[in-house]
Design a protein around this ligand. Structure first.
Ligand code: SF4
Length: 383
């Protein structure tokens, strides 16, 4: 069969941190909304759907490598580089990108697939279901299939279609809630309201899929920090997602929010204020049974993780320990954290890395007064 215009296996630019070892299958390109003021990812790129046949060709291209790799994994419990080379050599007319995708998939023992790009649920439900069924048939072992989805989109999908997607094997949806505050959402042009976030989250759960809600500490700036924490906690309480994932605000240079910040129209919060905001959020969550995950590299606390309600106090204590430090120690923690040397305040005490942290502060003339400015500059360059 000739597939018109098919140009080979495609991969989009991003996936959630938790999907690092997933097989990435691109069902649409870029973001159909693309207006969030803090988001640089798809700016300048236009959204397009990929034909279902092209997505199926991608799945088949990966399968040429993934099926024999799975056999090896199953038989030996691991895949060696010699196995990889043999399998590559045995595929006469393979696709290099599909090969890399299949090999990467073995890193996570082929246990999850992520559908790209920013909002796979925007494609016709019947098309998505066809892709899911084809994937399950092609790779007939147990694994998770997940996708990003916008609340605005999900709130318009019928419950029947969502249930059918779940039955076809879509296990988890990642939603970028960012905030539950309508004032914040409007300001950053998220294109969703608190009510939409709640409706979408509840629908995903009702359909039987797992739900991950991403929250962005700092997105309200100083002016809306409290409203951001309280309204987000309220929205999350009404949804009770399986996962609440923190992804701290960083402001890349080529975004509208960066311009607002530079022109003094957005007041970025400091790390101490971010800690207070996260503490307020955690304290304000109602009777949820969610798991809080802090798996983004830019987060101030990587050890503030746990399940509600039993781990709430322990999580709060970790943040309070940072707030109780004197300004110089707070600065040391902030710098050490951003150097990747500390994951939490506990790890800083008596750490062999402290010498390097102090040396870095001395070299770059970092003080408690300028530490947030220096870190903001570094984060802007990093992302
Ligand atoms: S919906 Fe997501 S990907 Fe699209 S612009 Fe907003 S944050 Fe970026």
């Amino acid at each position: 069969m000739k597939i018109c215009d098919y140009n080979g296996f495609e991969q989009g630019p991003i996936r959630p941190p938790s999907e690092a070892a997933s097989l990435l299958i691109r069902v649409s390109r870029n973001c159909p909304w693309n207006r969030c003021t803090f988001c640089p990812v798809y700016k300048g790129e236009s959204f397009s759907l990929r034909p279902v046949d092209h997505v199926k060709e991608d799945i088949k291209a990966v399968a040429r490598y993934a099926l024999p790799l799975y056999e090896v994994l199953n038989a030996k419990g691991r895949v060696d580089s010699s196995d990889i080379q043999t399998i590559r050599a045995n595929v006469a007319t393979g696709d290099g990108q599909a090969f890399q995708a299949a090999v990467n998939w073995t890193r996570g023992r082929m246990r999850s697939v992520f559908l790209q790009d920013a909002n796979s649920l925007v494609i016709k439900p019947e098309d998505l279901i066809e892709i899911l069924e084809f994937m399950r048939k092609t790779f007939p072992w147990e694994y998770r299939i997940t996708s990003y989805g916008r609340s605005h989109t999900i709130s318009r999908i019928s419950d029947v279609h969502l249930v059918r997607m779940a039955e076809a094997g879509l296990n988890r949806i990642h939603i970028g809630m960012e905030s539950g505050s309508d004032a914040v959402l409007k300001r950053v042009k998220k294109g969703s309201t608190k009510a939409m976030h709640i409706a979408a989250g509840q629908k995903v759960k009702k359909a039987g899929m797992e739900l991950s809600e991403y929250v962005m500490p700092g997105l309200g700036g100083q002016e809306l920090s409290r409203d951001h924490a309280l309204e987000t906690a309220d929205a999350l309480t009404q949804i009770n997602p399986d996962f609440i994932r923190l992804r701290t605000l960083a402001i890349p240079g080529h975004t509208a929010l960066f311009t607002e910040w530079q022109e003094g129209r957005f007041s970025k919060i400091t790390d101490v204020e971010a800690a207070e905001e996260i503490l307020l959020l955690i304290r304000s969550l109602g009777e949820v049974t969610s798991t809080l995950v802090s798996d983004h590299i830019l987060n101030l606390f990587q050890d503030v993780e746990g399940r509600f309600p039993e781990d709430r106090e322990a999580m709060c204590e970790k943040i309070e320990a940072f707030l109780a430090l004197d300004p110089v120690d707070q600065m040391h923690y902030q710098v050490g954290r951003r150097l990747g040397l500390f994951h939490g305040v506990d790890g800083m005490r008596g750490s062999a890395h402290m010498k390097r942290v102090k040396e870095t502060c001395r070299q770059h003339a970092i003080t408690p007064e300028n530490v947030d400015t220096v870190i903001s500059q570094l984060m802007t360059q990093f992302i």
